[in-house]
Design a binder for this molecule. Structure first.
Ligand SMILES: NC(=O)C1=CN([C@@H]2O[C@H](COP(=O)(O)OP(=O)(O)OC[C@H]3O[C@@H](n4cnc5c(N)ncnc54)[C@H](OP(=O)(O)O)[C@@H]3O)[C@@H](O)[C@H]2O)C=CC1
Ligand SMILES: O=C(O)C1=N[C@H](C(=O)O)C[C@H](O)C1
Length: 259
């Protein structure tokens, strides 16, 4: 049995992860952390009945095989450090890390950790399709548009940023320099860039489109998440996988899925 702690357990993803953990015979929910609903039973907050696991806001209490973190960047950094200090393996889905925070994560990681801005199998295939298509479309204008629900805090999404960075790197290897561009207004003609734009509204779970604009044609590669279960299933798969890994370091869903 793999013991699981969940950070962000009162959030949209956290509640679903609590539900997925308690219904999985290979997993045991042992701890739940959040700054909301502190003192309440994590299962009741998630709508799956009493679990006996009470939501705490004190990560110092962390004691589990794997910590699954879906919170916000600042909190996630703190949780990652605590997990490393206590030898707890990690699955991190939180997005919105800036460059400095990302370097901090790389420098402190001393446990096996799967870190991915998107745990859905579909998005991981979507990134692979971009890797395949981009070298053939290197002369095309490339733009990325993502759509998420009105409550999403970070922009652009971690998924769109990863798509932009991987396209940029592929082009760079072919000697083509393109900067990532996050806004245009006023007199702002298109340059040698990859535009990344976020739209926010309603209850959209998550949509990403990469546009490749040629002369007389356009390719659009789109992934649409219709349910957060797509992310939760991937994160649970990652938690089981990382529980069997001994070598410390940062892993991605490529490793989990065997790509
Ligand atoms: N990798 C993936 O596949 C996916 C990643 N995400 C990412 O996961 C993160 C969470 O998303 P979502 O569940 O929608 O967000 P929510 O805001 O619904 O949930 C996050 C929860 O974490 C809480 N929190 C904030 N600070 C702390 C802290 N210090 N300790 C413990 N809990 C804390 C929040 O409280 P409060 O509201 O007070 O801030 C909230 O309850 C985001 O970064 C999102 O982009 C989302 C879906 C899929
Ligand atoms: O906040 C969300 O909801 C999501 N965030 C992730 C991201 O920033 O890429 C993944 C998914 O699109 C949902």
């Amino acid at each position: 049995m793999i013991s699981i702690a969940i950070a962000g357990s009162a959030g949209r993803m956290g509640k679903l992860l609590v539900a997925n953990t308690v219904s999985d015979p290979e997993l045991k929910l042992v701890q739940a952390f959040d700054v909301q609903r502190v003192g309440e039973d994590a299962g009741e907050v998630a709508g799956v009945g009493k679990t006996g696991v009470i939501i705490s806001d004190n990560i110092d209490e962390l004691n589990a095989d794997v910590l699954i973190d879906f919170t916000v960047a600042d909190s996630s950094i703190k949780n990652i450090k605590k997990a490393c200090e206590k030898g707890v393996k990690l699955v991190v889905g939180t997005t919105g890390f800036d460059e400095e925070q990302w370097h901090e994560i790389e420098s402190v990681i001393s446990v096996p950790a799967v870190i991915s801005p998107n745990f859905s199998i579909g998005v991981n295939i979507f990134w692979k399709i971009l890797e395949f298509a981009t070298p053939y479309l290197s002369s095309y204008d490339i733009e990325i548009v993502e759509i998420h629900h009105r409550f999403k805090k970070d922009s652009p999404s971690g998924t769109a940023l990863k798509a932009g960075r991987l396209i940029k790197d592929i082009l760079e290897k072919k000697g083509i320099k393109r900067e990532l561009k996050f806004e245009r207004s006023g007199l702002s003609p298109r340059g040698e860039e990859i535009g990344i734009f976020g739209i926010r509204g309603g209850d959209v779970v998550g949509e990403h489109t990469v546009f490749y604009f040629g002369n007389g044609e356009r390719i659009e590669i789109t992934h649409r998440a219709l349910s957060r279960q797509a992310f939760a299933s991937g994160a649970i798969q990652a938690a089981k996988w990382i529980s069997r890994v001994e070598k410390p370091g940062i892993y991605t869903m490529d490793d989990v899925l065997g790509f």
